[in-house]
Each structure stands twice: as C-alpha cells, then as structure tokens.
Design a protein. Structure first.
Length: 219
C-alpha cells in the first residue's frame, strides 16, 4: 500500500458506497434509474459502463445491497465458480474487459437466462463494442441493457468536489469552490487526480489548503 493511501485510512478517509452518498445529475441519471428499477428490468442483463472513477463501483454496491447479489471481480472468475453463481439469484461482475474468457462469459449468460437470474456487469466500455469473436456470444451481447455514465456535468462536479472536501474536513470559501469548478477538466480521472493532490498536500506535506495552492494544482 502506498504511503499516502495508508495515511488516508489512518485519518478515516474512506470511500462510502451508501446510496445516500451517491449524487445524481444528468450525467448518471439513467444508470442510477436502472439500478432503482430492479427487479423490473426489461432484460435480465445490465451493462454499467463509464470511465474509471465515474461511480460504477458505487452503483454496483448499491445494487448489491438492494438485491443481495453475489459480488465478483472479473479477474477472479473461472469455471469453478459457476456452481457458486448457480446458487445466487443476482450476480455482479465488476470491471469486465476484453481479456475475459469468451466461452465462460457465454456460459454465464446462458445460466442467467435459463435460471431467470439478474446480472449486472460493470466495464469501462460497452460490452457490445468489445472485440469478442464467438458468434453465439455476440448475439447474446445484443440482448443487454447498456447504462452508460456520461462525463460529469457542472452539477455533479460541484457535488463531488464539495463532498470530497467535507469528507476530509477541509473547509473552503465558496469563491474557491467556484474557481475550481470553472477550471477543472471535465473528466472523472482529472477530478480524482485533483483530489489526490489535495490529500497529498494536506496530509503528507501538512500544508493548509488555500487559494494559492488550489491554483498551483489546477495549473
């Protein structure tokens, strides 16, 4: 574990996956609505897509709590785990990519359909655009709901920045927050990078956060 990561844990700064902590805007409204709509999904398989740090894991955990789903990381899934999946009515596969075994994925899809289960798959890109080649699998991929989390709008950026500072017990003037929102790049990775640098300065270097430091980080 990196030194700063350990410090964040020591200071009690950890990620909350509580539904009340998930802020909804136009960027993620459809994805959040799909999770709330369960079990009244039009299809049994939902693919939750979006960039890293876009909140896919947060939504997956909300679904887990809502449906008592079996939570699996794609890299840990093999043929042996199919028996465990068969015993679960709802399944989450986190962080699927094109390296996943096609035949195994096809078997999972068949299992979900045959046993009337629900499957939530999270991935950075939609699964129907991944470079899979198995013909039977390709036809199955068309029978999924694709719920994409768009790049953050100003409303969502404000909520994320405000909560991040609040979690860290950092109080900033509204003028500084407005300055950040107007200038920070509209991407989840850039926001994460910005927040990480704030942590680095406030914890590792033990510097108080002021307007000058904010400007240095953004520029």
């Amino acid at each position: 574990m990196r030194e700063l990561d350990q410090k964040l844990l020591d200071f009690g700064i950890s990620e909350s996956f509580d539904e009340n902590d998930y802020y909804v805007s136009k960027s993620n409204y459809f994805a959040k609505n799909i999770i709330e709509a369960w079990p009244k999904w039009e299809k049994k398989i939902v693919n939750l897509t979006g960039d890293k740090y876009s909140g896919k894991t947060h939504l997956s955990n909300i679904f887990k709590k809502k449906s008592n789903a079996l939570y699996l990381y794609s890299k840990n899934i093999d043929d042996k785990i199919l028996k465990k999946i068969k015993l679960s009515n709802n399944i989450i596969i986190e962080d699927l990519d094109e390296s996943f075994d096609e035949k195994l994925l096809y078997s999972l899809f068949n299992l979900v359909e045959q046993d009337n289960k629900y499957l939530l798959i999270s991935s950075k890109k939609p699964i129907d655009t991944m470079k899979f080649t198995l013909p039977d699998l390709l036809s199955r991929l068309k029978n999924c709901i694709i719920a994409n989390i768009e790049q953050p709008d100003d409303e969502l950026i404000y909520a994320i920045i405000l909560k991040s500072f609040s979690d860290r017990q950092i109080k900033l003037d509204n003028k500084i927050i407005d300055y950040i929102i107007k200038r920070i790049a509209r991407s989840y990775s850039k926001m994460h990078e910005f927040i990480y640098k704030i942590d680095e300065l406030s914890l590792k270097k033990r510097k108080s956060i002021n307007f000058k430091i904010i400007k240095e980080i953004i520029n």
